[in-house]
Design a protein. Structure first.
Length: 459
């Protein structure tokens, strides 16, 4: 009987996005038992039992490592939270080996995502370089990241590309769409679109595409719109959050002719690009980072100059939409070179875990060591599911709110019109009172004559 491999403890500050997906894919497809230390939240998750407990310290951390048979730490970030957690683990188990995956350019500058600019920070690099030099292995997802590491850190790297499940055996979740102009071809911007991914350019891009008769749909959400929003008044439609694995079905449901990337900060790999290709959807990406690297290597679309004017990018997108079949025809959704497979990724990490993991003899009963630190059950997948549900409910509430606002506006208009009529009647009353007062000032004989004339006029 084959012995169970040593447990793997993932250390990450990511509570969603590609890094969280990466960790959970490894937990689901590789041989060891996996634990996740959520460095930012201060929680440790037992992936097998979906139990969460407060992160241990001191002797409790040492007991947890022993009871969970942790033989290897897998670091998924070099931010201050992850560095602090690694220090706790090093103090509790000084000989425990660890490897690292660099998911983004955060090893060059801690504020890259806040600024949207890749400007290497010398002080930060000086802090990160000796840290990564102590890792048993440093994994990178692309040649772009490998080149940056070589240029700035000078540590050896192992390249393993993030993989997707085989679409021939995966069962995608059902897809729904929000209202949009189905009479026009659709270009999709996909994912969680913050400032570093070009959210500030979407209004201008939507207007520029409209001049070519093309509609824009955000399949995902932006920093300014977190819930589904139908297209109206010239605005682009926003689908809202979706669950991992659902994107290919959504691209097909919207009839997207092109997936457009308007990133300001270079990508390290991009699950989104892989899923667009898996859906058979061509792409237009900036010629920077792993996006440009992958499209230039495998086709499946085109690149635009990084920082190009919105009008120029829109014109290029329109040209690709018109080309249609010529761009789509070379796309093979199951080509493992273009779209790496999850099974290949898992096999590569099983080899790394076996190579660097240290066997532990203690019984695998980490729960007993951590039960007194029990915390609420909440994980990234549950959060994503709840976020999707809440976004749908919020969309329905927005529709009711919009209807109520229209009803209130109509009532306000009716009240305003009635006030105008009331004022006109009040003016007539004032004028009649003035006439009446003047009438009573006339001599009695004149009053009688006027009464007779009025009486005859009514006959």
């Amino acid at each position: 009987m084959t012995a169970a491999p040593p447990g793997v403890l993932h250390v990450t500050a990511a509570e969603g996005g590609g890094a969280d997906r990466y960790v959970r894919d490894l937990a689901a497809t590789t041989r060891p038992r996996h634990w996740i230390w959520h460095a930012g939240a201060g929680l440790v998750e037992d992936v097998a039992t979906h139990r969460f407990r407060a992160a241990p310290e001191g002797d409790a951390a040492r007991n947890f490592i022993e009871c969970a048979r942790i033989g290897l730490v897998h670091l998924h970030g070099v931010d201050t939270h992850c560095q602090a957690t690694l220090a706790v683990l090093a103090k509790a188990a000084p000989t425990l080996p660890w490897i690292a995956t660099l998911h983004d350019v955060g090893f060059l500058a801690p504020d890259a995502f806040a600024t949207g600019i890749l400007a290497p920070d010398r002080d930060w690099i000086a802090r990160v370089r000796p840290l990564l030099a102590r890792a048993a292995a440093v994994v990178v997802p692309s040649g772009f990241i490998a080149d940056l590491v070589a240029a700035h850190l000078d540590v050896p790297t192992t390249r393993i590309e993030p993989g997707l499940p085989d679409p021939r055996v995966a069962s995608p979740p059902p897809a729904h769409t929000v209202a949009h102009d189905r009479a026009r071809p659709v270009v999709a911007v996909v994912g969680a679109i913050g400032p570093h991914k070009g959210s500030g350019d979407l209004d201008a891009m939507s207007a520029a595409l409209a001049t070519h008769g093309i509609g824009l749909v955000v399949i995902g959400y932006t920093d300014e719109c977190l819930v589904p929003r139908p297209a109206r008044d010239g605005s682009y439609a926003v689908h809202g959050p979706y669950e991992d694995g659902q994107l290919p079905a959504l691209l097909r449901a919207y009839g997207a002719r092109l997936a457009l990337f308007v990133n300001r900060l270079p990508e390290s790999f991009s699950y989104t690009l892989s899923e667009a290709w898996q859906a058979g959807c061509p792409v237009l990406v900036p010629d920077a980072g792993a996006l440009g690297e992958r499209v230039r290597a495998w086709g499946g679309g085109a690149v635009h100059a990084a920082g190009a004017a919105t009008a120029a990018v829109a014109a290029q997108a329109a040209s690709l939409v018109r080309a249609g079949r010529q761009v789509e025809s070379p796309l093979d959704p199951i080509d493992p070179r273009r779209v790496p497979q999850l099974a290949t990724m898992a096999s590569a990490f099983d080899a790394l875990y076996e190579r660097f993991g240290v066997a532990q003899d203690a019984p695998a009963d980490a729960g007993a060591a951590l039960d007194r630190l029990a915390a609420a059950n909440l994980d990234g997948r549950a959060f994503r599911h709840e976020l999707t549900l809440l976004a749908q409910l919020a969309s329905e509430q927005r529709q009711w709110i919009a209807k109520l606002e229209r009803d209130v506006a109509e009532l306000k208009a009716a009240v305003a019109a009635q006030e105008v009529r009331n004022e006109a009647l009040a003016q007539q009353v004032r004028e009649l009172k003035d006439v009446e007062a003047a009438f009573h000032e006339l001599p009695v004989l004149a009053q009688k004559v006027l009464f007779k004339r009025a009486f005859r006029g009514r006959r």
